[in-house]
Write a protein that binds this ligand. Structure first.
Ligand code: URA
Length: 306
């Protein structure tokens, strides 16, 4: 198969080949945080038909998505029991409904990064083909009405660069953050005009922190001024940023490096140009949180020609 560390293989045959030459030499692979292993679980039988890996921060939200997509696809379990958590650890939760995997990724890049390593390997071991990875989340908006859904065009870091930065062997590594424009357009096309909310495509800024990292002035610590914050957020807006969250660049870079199509779809909980505190009503929160899920469900139904 050539040197998989050089070239992702997705374009060739739809299979996933993680860009790590050492994996081939391993007798078995333990996906520690998922609680799965190649020597004890029949991964092709359990996961071989997966086409859509849908991720979101909270376990409850991803269980709800599994139930929701199950109803949409007509795959509700006959005995009425809800979807079963396939993770045997309590680090993440993972539900499978037909060709959809609904997985919680926790908060922030370190958490989603660990999950993505194991999910990418899972797709490889299970011989899945043509998989799409998406994150459905919440975010702060810039100049948008709260409740607007933003589909990410370019995922950028705090300096507005389309780069995911990490430290490996004590050195800074920069990886490009490329998402699938085609998938983003297809998700937007699933939106039905007349819905109660708008859907826009824009750049998404990904930060390592919710408070100071997102220029908030309501955290426990703040060394910048309100004026600094507004100046920075306006510069972000001028760079095409329409929303701010904490996982997008990591997902974009890891999917791109592994030859997997990725997309990020988030609903804005507030307009960050107007404030910092997230204080919508629980009813609004519940309804808004559903919006990326509804859009993804329509996208998946269309892809499956249902
Ligand atoms: N998630 C974030 O990362 N930021 C917000 O402002 C809201 C949700």
């Amino acid at each position: 198969m050539g040197d998989p560390s050089k070239k992702p293989r997705m374009e060739d045959d739809g299979l996933v080949f993680p860009p790590n030459p050492y994996l081939k030499k391993q007798e078995k692979d333990v996906l520690y945080h998922l609680g799965l292993a190649t020597d004890k679980d029949d991964l092709p039988a359990l996961f071989g038909d997966v086409k859509f890996v849908c991720m979101g921060g909270s376990p409850t939200r991803m269980k709800r998505f599994a139930e929701f997509i199950g109803k949409r696809l007509g795959l509700v379990q006959k005995n009425g029991s809800g979807p079963k958590d396939l993770c045997s650890t309590d680090r993440y939760s993972m539900y499978k409904v037909g060709s959809v995997l609904s997985v919680s990724h926790g908060m922030g890049m370190p958490s989603i990064s660990i999950l993505l390593h194991e999910l990418i390997k899972l797709m490889h071991h299970a011989a899945c083909t043509d998989v799409i990875f998406t994150r459905m989340g919440t975010c702060g908006g810039l100049g948008l009405a709260p409740g607007t859904v933003v589909i990410t065009d370019s995922a950028v870091n705090e300096m507005f660069q389309p780069v995911y930065q990490m430290i490996v062997l004590g050195k800074q590594v920069n990886r490009p953050t490329k998402l699938s424009r085609e998938v983003a357009e297809e998700i937007r096309a699933a939106y039905e005009p007349g819905a109660k909310y708008d859907v826009v495509i824009g750049n998404t800024m990904c930060t390592s922190d919710f408070y100071e990292g997102q220029a908030r002035i309501d955290g426990a610590i703040c060394d910048h001024t309100l004026e600094d914050k507004i100046e920075y957020l306006k510069a972000a807006y001028d760079a095409g940023v329409r929303n701010i969250e904490m996982e997008g660049t990591c997902l974009a870079a890891m999917c791109h490096k592994s030859g997997i199509k990725g997309a990020v779809v988030c609903v804005t909980l507030l307009d960050r140009l107007l404030g910092d505190q997230v204080n919508m009503t629980p009813e609004e929160h519940d309804e808004w949180e559903q919006r990326p899920q509804e859009l993804m469900a329509k996208f998946i139904s269309k892809r499956l020609k249902l």
